[in-house]
Design a protein around this ligand. Structure first.
Ligand SMILES: Cc1cc2nc3c(=O)[nH]c(=O)nc-3n(C[C@H](O)[C@H](O)[C@H](O)COP(=O)(O)O)c2cc1C
Length: 201
């Protein structure tokens, strides 16, 4: 396998906000990309504490309706338009991947390995982010656009009730995905100088 394939996928992954419901893959193939990442992404002590839920179609639209209902209750009506437009963009996409961490697994590790107790929640966040990146990059390589959102904890209760999420799962991120309606905006890159050092050869 050429490592360049992975590098090209990393270069192709961007935050794409203009998404539609026309996926280049079937829902089953898209879900398989997520399932593959859940199986193959590493985690501290091989704890596998990340939990993932994929919402397609009307289930996905329900999620963003929950976000809208919650935000309408707290954002003044005369300031709601930008939020409404953003949420409408998410709803126009094909689906959302929800990423959780199972706190029961993290607590179990803390009890089993007290010397690392403070580290396990941090490592769980790292592992969750790795799952997010694996899914995002692979979807992108498959021609599916996506953007990463954080409407937790505002939507946590609605999500838990609607999709029967166990109490121990905490929602960490939402990856909205769909067909690419318009490409990502130009991206500015900070100079690599000072961000990257090599010693020895
Ligand atoms: C940890 C993390 C959190 C992010 N949170 C959000 C978010 O809440 N909303 C959003 O629109 N984009 C979010 N992003 C996307 C970044 O803004 C985006 O990745 C960055 O501007 C670089 O653009 P690119 O994704 O096109 O490479 C997040 C990205 C990361 C890595």
């Amino acid at each position: 396998m050429s490592y360049r394939i992975l590098q090209q996928a990393a270069e192709t992954r961007r935050s794409i906000y203009a998404l539609n419901k026309q996926l280049p893959l079937s829902a089953a193939e898209t879900a398989q990309i997520v399932e593959h990442a859940v199986k193959h992404t590493p985690s501290s002590f091989n704890s596998q504490s990340t939990r993932v839920v994929v919402l397609f179609g009307t289930e996905h639209e329900k999620l963003w309706q929950f976000a809208e209902n919650t935000l309408r209750a707290i954002v003044p009506a005369d300031q709601f338009e930008p939020t409404a437009q953003k949420l409408a963009m998410f709803k126009a996409a094909a689906g959302t991947v929800l990423f959780f961490e199972d706190q029961n697994i993290i607590k179990g590790l803390q009890e089993q390995f007290p010397a690392y107790a403070e580290n396990f929640p941090v490592w769980a966040e790292h592992a969750d982010a790795m799952h997010q990146y694996a899914v995002w990059t692979t979807l992108s390589a498959a021609g599916i656009g996506a953007n990463l959102q954080h409407y937790n904890p505002l939507i946590d209760q609605d999500v838990a009730r609607e999709w029967d999420i166990p109490d121990s799962w905490t929602l960490r991120a939402q990856l909205v995905f769909g067909g690419v309606q318009a490409p990502a905006a130009e991206k500015a890159y900070e100079p690599l100088e000072g961000r990257f050092k090599v010693f020895g050869s």
